[in-house]
Ligand binder design. Structure first.
Ligand code: FAD
Length: 412
């Protein structure tokens, strides 16, 4: 992944943290693979909870390269599968975790609008427009608020940077441009790492007592045995655009002067939020990863490691400026312009896409690797991972230091 420049577009946030160019250690107590919200939260908490142990986070490209840097930053309660046994209060936990690590992330939890056109949600539940819906738009029908659920927004760039700073402050080592190519499931575990450090491109072995795989939709082959044996997972793409700053009049006309983000509970999917600078983000639904190897992505559940690898490499190559991806973005822009007269002439400043890992029944993966119990796999939040990834990353760290028993969600 580190070798190829990605063209997944630009987001309106920035990650201010960049790792120092340091040599890879030969051995660590804990290795975390993947520098998104999950991996960074786990690394920061491992370093904090076990100050005498060594913690190494390996990120193939730059922190935030996956979904975390390209997300919408809408903070949601529970999981994509709703509440799960023993999950606890995700929003409360999220706030506490960020505060506990000193992460300043513009977290705001005023609630989230659920919006719809018709009388039924995608799950077949009856819905009715609120009497005083602040939202009244047009998108395949009249779109109005049908309810409000707990949640809000965050600045994803600040979360990533803050978590990384906290991890380093507590003693973890973060290495960007270090791709884990393979893991030998021995004891200790042997990670084959390709570093992108100047003058050092040769594969190196790092041994680790325990490993957290937090690669989400990337490198599914590392966790493939798990997905083959226990559950299926499907990487998909989703797209988003950000508008230029809107005037107060435009924001008022859109009913967006409260800072509440929104998502549709019926199809076609549309979600969005206000930005601190006065612009807005709008995002569309999931599409199968496209490209030559991925035509059948929508129907495919992974059965072999090589197939999984093939899917990821297609996903990795997609370019938002061309072909089907560019088409999707253009059609999203058109949809936004038609939503409301206040948006007719709106200018777009950012366009991007990102990967989402959809799991069976939308239940996140949080379990031991079948090949070696010292490897934990955490990911697959099915597009509902901004708060949950950080929250469960903390729990993964607690598990490694013997303070948390893994959940039983997968046995249902
Ligand atoms: C456009 C978009 C909008 C979204 N909007 C929302 C939203 O509003 N609310 C919400 O709750 N969720 C949303 N999501 C989902 C949410 O962003 C994700 O669930 C969350 O960011 C997942 O974090 P993660 O750390 O598990 O994975 P990622 O952020 O994907 O991190 C995985 C990391 O692993 C690295 N990696 C992969 N393979 C290797 C390897 N072999 N070696 C080393 N590193 C490797 C990748 O480079 C990547 O940085 C959205 C996602 C997208 C794409």
């Amino acid at each position: 992944m580190a070798k190829r420049k990605q063209n997944w577009g630009k987001t309106p946030w920035t990650v201010s943290f960049r790792s120092q160019t340091t040599a890879l250690p030969d051995h660590v107590d804990f290795a975390v693979v993947g520098g998104g919200f999950t991996g960074l939260s786990a690394a920061a908490w491992l370093a904090r909870l076990a100050p005498k142990k060594s913690v190494l986070l390996l990120e193939a490209a730059l922190l935030g390269n996956g979904a975390s840097g390209r997300t919408g930053g809408m903070v949601l309660a529970q999981s994509a599968a709703g509440d799960l046994a023993g999950l606890g209060d995700v929003l409360r936990g999220y706030r506490r975790i960020l505060n506990g690590l000193g992460v300043e992330a513009d977290l705001d939890l005023p609630g989230v609008w659920e919006v719809a056109r018709g009388g039924k949600s995608m799950e077949g539940k009856k819905v009715r427009p609120l009497k005083r819906s602040p939202i009244d738009w047009s998108d395949s029908g009249r779109v109005r608020a049908v309810g409000k659920v707990p949640g809000g927004t965050v600045d994803p760039g600040k979360v990533l940077s803050g978590l990384a700073q906290a991890a380093v402050k507590f003693g973890a080592q973060i290495v960007e441009g270090a791709e884990v190519l393979k893991i030998e499931y021995s004891n200790p575990l042997r990670l084959h790492v390709r570093p992108k450090v100047k003058g050092r491109r040769k594969e190196q072995i790092v041994t680790a007592r325990k490993v957290l795989l937090a690669t989400n939709a990337g490198s599914l082959d590392l966790a493939a045995k798990l997905y083959e044996a226990k559950e299926s997972a499907e990487p998909k793409l989703t797209f988003a655009v950000a508008t230029a700053r809107l005037t107060t009049k435009q924001i008022d006309a859109l009913g967006m002067n409260s800072a509440q983000p929104f998502y549709t509970v019926d199809f076609p999917y549309l979600w969005g939020r206000k930005l601190k600078d006065g612009g807005m983000i709008f995002g569309s639904g999931l599409v199968p990863a496209f490209g030559k190897t991925l035509r059948d992505g929508a129907r495919m559940y992974h059965s072999t490691a090589s197939r999984v690898k093939e899917v990821w490499s297609g996903l990795e190559k997609f370019d938002v400026r061309r072909g089907e991806a560019a088409e999707r973005l253009r059609s999203l822009e058109q949809r936004v312009r038609r939503l409301h007269p206040a948006l007719k002439q709106v200018r777009f400043t950012h366009r991007w896409g990102g990967p989402i890992l959809i799991t069976k029944n939308f239940v996140p993966t949080f379990r031991r690797h079948p090949k070696n119990g010292n490897v934990l796999v955490l990911g697959g939040f099915s597009g509902h991972g901004v708060a949950l990834s950080v929250y469960l990353g903390h729990k993964a760290a607690q598990h490694f230091v013997g303070r948390y028993a893994l959940p039983t969600w997968h046995s249902r």
